[in-house]
Write a protein that binds this ligand. Structure first.
Ligand SMILES: Cc1cc2nc3c(=O)[nH]c(=O)nc-3n(C[C@H](O)[C@H](O)[C@H](O)COP(=O)(O)O)c2cc1C
Length: 385
């Protein structure tokens, strides 16, 4: 028997075999023709390091101090709704793994684990993500819950002003209840291990929403509420209202435009996540990696920049750091590693791999600290070099 491979591609392939199609597609899919998802990966191939020699990078550290905390590596988990769909216990497994590894975790407001439980499991401080809906009463209660749980960093996602065209989800009839669509029912029956475990452990729900507003109890009510969140009339005033209410740090997620980043900086926001939402909003969107250097240049060398969309390895993390990011997040790989090898194994292996690969990359190119990575990669256009 062949040994199992622990690579992002192998995890994705194993997850595809183990998950009902609508669930795999929900996690894996992008918007429109999904070209943004593919480009998010391809663009990393063009970022290359020029190693410098005789710099004795034997003593080196991948640790950083960022957003008021110390982290063993500048790596974390992007906020993801309904993570337990990937496999029951995924949220718990991922938080445990990144906590043990000293990495960061962003809990989505649509996450499937209660905030207090997440904070208990997490070794460091949890980051909490909100969509900016118009129902301020719900947002305020979620923010109060976050404060009570000791959260200091609020992440506001602003790139979902309208739902993306997720064609695979439409074709699969993905939604709640999970198996109401005939094709989806068949696929769930063909994957009895996932289906039975999910039934026994409870179908994942957006527990943090249910905890703050009883009107949101019931799958349909939650779905309608989330739909309203991604159709909100977002503007800088909405953002300012949140800024006035939240004493901690505010990071805005989903920024790709240089002028937006500059304006957000002047509005009193504490940093942004340069992200195209993993290609889940628009097929023809730019990649986050190609706009990262311009945004870094415009906001200055010290203003906090996080990055996600397409990162798969520790070398990718190093590439994003080289092009101007301070901290790098991954989405899908955490869910696929859990679906492929179980929540207690996959995410822990992934966390170790990412840190090892980042460390090794730094050794190869002669960097002793993460800060030394900045500016150390060149972008080669296809066919050149
Ligand atoms: C299943 C899934 C659910 C997601 N849910 C959210 C969410 O609730 N809030 C949010 O800001 N982004 C959400 N995202 C986007 C991620 O935070 C992140 O931007 C994206 O996954 C990064 O790309 P990558 O998967 O290629 O690493 C979700 C992504 C996935 C795959």
């Amino acid at each position: 028997m062949m040994a199992r491979a622990f690579t992002p591609e192998a995890w994705r392939a194993r997850a595809q075999r183990r998950l009902p199609k609508p669930i795999f597609d929900f996690i894996d899919g992008g918007s429109g023709d999904e070209e943004a998802v593919r480009r998010n990966r391809r663009v990393f191939d063009d970022v290359r390091f020029v190693p410098q020699v005789l710099k004795a990078p034997v003593e080196r550290s991948i640790g950083v101090h960022f957003l008021g905390d110390s982290w063993k590596a500048p790596i974390g988990v992007s906020p993801m709704g309904l993570g337990n769909l990937a496999w029951p216990g995924t949220d718990r497994g991922v938080i445990g793994a990144v906590g043990d590894a000293g990495l960061a975790y962003s809990l989505s407001m649509a996450g499937s684990i209660p905030m207090a439980t997440a904070q208990e499991l997490m070794t460091g401080k949890l980051w909490f993500q909100l969509y900016l809906g118009e129902d301020f009463s719900v947002l305020m209660r979620l923010m109060q819950g976050a404060r009570d749980a000791g959260v200091e960093v609020l992440m506001l996602t602003v790139d979902a002003a309208w739902p993306g065209l997720r064609l695979r989800d439409r074709a699969n009839g993905f939604g709640q209840p999970l198996w109401h669509h005939p094709a989806s029912l068949l696929s769930h029956l063909l994957h009895p291990r996932w289906s039975l475990t999910t039934l026994l452990r409870g179908i994942p729900s957006m527990v943090n929403l249910l905890n703050v507003d009883e009107r949101l109890v019931g799958a349909e009510a939650t779905r309608l509420f989330m739909a309203s969140m991604v159709r909100a009339k977002l503007n800088f005033e909405t953002l300012q209202r949140i800024r006035d209410q939240w004493q901690g740090l505010i990071i805005v997620k989903g920024v790709l435009d240089v002028d937006d980043a500059v304006k957000l900086k002047s509005t009193g926001v504490d940093g942004v996540v340069v992200s195209n939402h993993g290609g889940r909003q628009l097929g023809s969107v730019v990649t986050a990696l190609e706009v990262l250097p311009g945004i870094r240049h415009a906001v200055g060398s010290d203003w906090p920049l996080l990055f996600d969309s397409g990162v798969r390895t520790g070398e990718d993390v190093a590439r994003a750091l080289a092009l101007g990011a301070d901290f790098v997040l991954l989405g899908r790989p955490w869910l696929f590693s859990s679906a492929a090898d179980g929540p207690d194994v996959g995410p822990a292996v992934l966390a170790r791999r990412l840190a090892d690969e980042l460390d090794n990359t730094m050794a190869q190119i002669g960097c002793r600290s993460v800060q030394e990575l900045r500016g150390r990669a060149i972008i080669s256009s296809r066919g050149a070099a």
